[in-house]
Structures are given as structure tokens and as C-alpha cells.
Write a protein that binds this ligand. Structure first.
Ligand SMILES: Cc1ncc(COP(=O)(O)O)c(C=O)c1O
Length: 367
């Protein structure tokens, strides 16, 4: 029988060697790594402003707010939902020195090279978010090897989903020690958990009831997400994570096969531009030109026949309370986005069924 300690050591070693990093910190979830990381950077003299995509799971934004940093929202590209080099340059020109580099939907972010290039002449710090990109590669290296620190998640819906857990990988010993000794109890993370979904659905309902679809209905939701950040590492996650990491390549290959089926079968849609080295998290695509109401109607028609379809995410800056007229691509992307599942619970038969039901609903929608 393996000793607990040795399983933990195996997980550390596996992550460190796979991602060519000296140090690994395991946490209750990926987002909360931002608390010690941002605190560390503030002590190092970085101004407390961080660039992040405006189309993202709201939890990292919640952690940024919890750390009392100011978010600088970047618009995303309609091509793949990632932040482009152009947006990075804009953020640099606006004086931002800390970047949250996300590989959205498991698609390697093509602005990675731009950030690394800027780092040669300027002191900027890159926090790489590989939470949806486990198993993806970019320019011959795995995603998760590019940032000064890189984050992974093993939480709900992720490529390896053990219902919780995250990892922060870095070569900087002082940062690793700061993360490991951070007293999360000093933050307000131990507040009584809130029914986050309840608040979210109430906001969404008000948004759709409002003929103007004002983003203000989502305003302040970030404070609700802040209350769901607190979670500690659970040792029972170690074995299942290790086991699944052991066949990650096979997991990714299966996801790519399902992605290919969707790509060939879905009609009337614009697929995202997928890198061949992506590790697709969901099959994400756009239906261009939709209004909010049309997106909802089409999604409901697909769901009504039993296909699990999602439209994640609403613009992140809305949760913060910023309308962001300069973030128009994000709003459009959000209005046009659809995602179908590629996970282990979605077998090839179900993929074919999803294609059929989507195409039929789409035909009726346009008919
Ligand atoms: C791209 C991305 N980053 C970060 C996170 C946060 O991960 P965690 O739930 O482990 O905090 C998520 C979670 O959905 C995510 O999708």
C-alpha cells in the first residue's frame, strides 16, 4: 500500500517534471492561488493592477477582488476567445505589469509569445492559467510552462475533474514558500458559503426580463463569487489525479476525436479556430449575428430535446459592475457562444446525437 506522503510526493514530482518546474503548491482550488501570488507581487513593488480576459470563469476575478487588486479587462478575439497581442500591448501601454494569461477552452493563447518577448525588456509578471488547457501544447512546450507561475485546476468540469483541487507551479522558491505559508484565514474566505447559482440565475432572469438587457443586472455578482472561494486541499484527490494524469494523452486524444466529429457534423456554425495542439475542454463554437434572446431561444430548443448545451460565459466585467463599452468583442462573443461536451461521460454516440439535435434545432430556428 502506498503511504499518503509518498503519493503526494509522486504528484509533486509528476507535475514538476511534466511542466519543467522546480516547485509545486497544491491548493483547494486554482483561483485562491491568486491571493498569495498577488500579495507577494504587491510586496515586490508591482502596482496592484492585473490584466485579465473579459471572458472567463468569474472565480479568478473574485480572487483578484479578494486580494484587493484592480482588474484591467482585456477584450477577447472572436476567432478563439483568447486575448490577442494587440490587447496585451494596450494593457502594457496603460501601465499594467501583471498579466493573467488564459488558454481559453484549452486553445493555446497565441499572445503567449508576445508576453515572453515583452518580458525581455520590461519587468512584467505572467500568471499563466492552464486550468482549461491540461494536455495542450504550444510551440513545442506544454501549456503551463510559460508563466512565471502557472495554475492548474482539477475542479468541476475540468479535463481531470476530481471535484476540487488546484496547483500552482513556479521556479521561484520565495513565491512557492509564500504560497505555502499564506494564511488564508486572514482573508474573508471562511464566510458561510452562499448559494452562488441562485444569485447568478436571479441576475440572468432579470437580464432577460429587461428589454434593454442591461449588464447592470450582473453587477456585484463578483462579491457572491468571492464567498465561494474558500476551500482547502483534500488528500483524497491525490490518487485519482495521479491516476488520470497517467493517461492524459489518451484523454486528450479522445477529446480531439469528439471535437473532429462536431467540427464535421455541425451545420450553420462558425467553429473557433482550434490549434491542432489544443486540448479541447468543450467543443466551443459561435452562431454569428445572434441577439441575446436568439441565443437563449436556440439554446433552450436544443436543451428541450435532451442535449446538454452551455453558453459560458457572460462578460466578466459585468460581474464587476463595469459596462465596458471598449469590450465589444467580448459581448458579441458571449452572445454567440455555444459549447457541447467532450468529457468521459459524453461517448461518441452521444456526440452524434448532440450533432443531430443541434442541427435540427438550428434548422427549425432558421426555418
Ligand atoms: C480558465 C479558468 N481559470 C480558472 C478557473 C478556476 O479554477 P478553480 O475552480 O480550481 O478555482 C476556472 C474554473 O472554471 C477556469 O475555467
Amino acid at each position: 500500500m502506498k503511504l499518503r506522503g509518498s503519493a503526494m510526493a509522486s504528484l509533486h514530482d509528476f507535475l514538476a517534471s511534466s511542466y519543467q518546474r522546480e516547485h509545486v503548491s497544491l491548493l483547494g482550488r486554482a483561483s485562491i492561488a491568486l491571493l498569495p501570488i498577488l500579495d507577494f507581487l504587491a510586496r515586490e513593488g508591482f502596482s496592484k493592477k492585473i490584466a485579465l480576459p473579459s471572458f472567463l470563469c468569474p472565480s479568478p476575478l473574485a480572487a483578484i477582488c479578494e486580494a484587493e487588486w484592480e482588474p484591467y479587462f482585456c477584450d477577447v478575439s472572436l476567432v478563439d476567445g483568447n486575448v490577442s497581442s494587440f490587447e496585451i500591448d494596450k494593457a502594457v501601454a496603460a501601465g499594467v505589469n501583471v498579466f493573467f494569461l488564459v488558454h481559453l477552452f484549452g486553445n493555446p493563447n497565441s499572445a503567449t509569445a508576445r508576453l515572453l518577448e515583452i518580458q525581455k525588456t520590461k519587468k512584467i509578471f505572467v500568471i499563466e492559467d492552464a486550468c482549461q488547457a491540461l494536455g495542450a501544447w504550444h510551440n513545442g512546450k506544454p501549456c503551463g510552462t510559460f508563466g512565471d507561475v502557472s495554475l492548474f485546476s482539477f475542479g468541476h468540469t475540468k479535463t481531470i475533474d476530481v471535484k476540487g483541487g488546484g496547483a500552482a507551479l513556479t521556479d521561484e522558491l520565495l513565491l512557492k514558500e509564500y504560497i505555502d505559508s499564506f494564511d488564508f484565514k486572514n482573508s474573508s474566505l471562511l464566510r458561510i458559503p452562499t448559494d452562488v447559482s441562485g444569485y447568478f440565475y436571479a441576475a440572468q432572469k432579470a437580464f432577460f426580463a429587461d428589454p434593454d438587457h442591461s449588464p447592470a443586472h450582473f453587477s456585484g455578482l463578483v462579491d457572491i463569487y468571492r464567498q465561494s472561494l474558500g476551500r482547502s486541499w483534500n488528500e483524497s484527490w491525490v490518487d485519482p489525479i495521479l491516476e488520470r494524469l497517467g493517461h492524459l494523452e489518451k484523454v486528450v486524444a479522445l477529446r480531439r476525436e469528439k471535437q473532429q466529429l462536431y467540427r464535421e457534423g455541425l451545420q450553420g456554425i462558425v467553429p473557433l479556430e482550434w490549434s491542432e495542439n489544443a486540448s479541447p475542454w468543450r467543443y466551443a463554437f459561435r452562431v454569428p449575428g445572434l441577439s441575446w434572446d436568439q441565443q437563449r431561444q436556440l439554446s433552450e430548443a436544443v436543451r428541450a430535446v435532451g442535449t446538454n448545451l452551455s453558453n459560458w460565459y457572460y462578460p466578466t466585467h459585468w460581474m464587476y459592475g463595469t459596462h465596458g463599452s471598449h469590450l465589444e468583442w467580448t459581448s458579441q462573443f458571449s452572445r454567440e457562444i455555444f459549447q457541447l461536451w467532450l468529457d468521459d461521460d459524453t461517448d461518441f454516440e452521444m456526440v452524434n446525437q448532440n450533432i443531430k439535435t443541434f442541427n435540427e434545432a438550428y434548422q427549425r430556428f432558421h426555418g
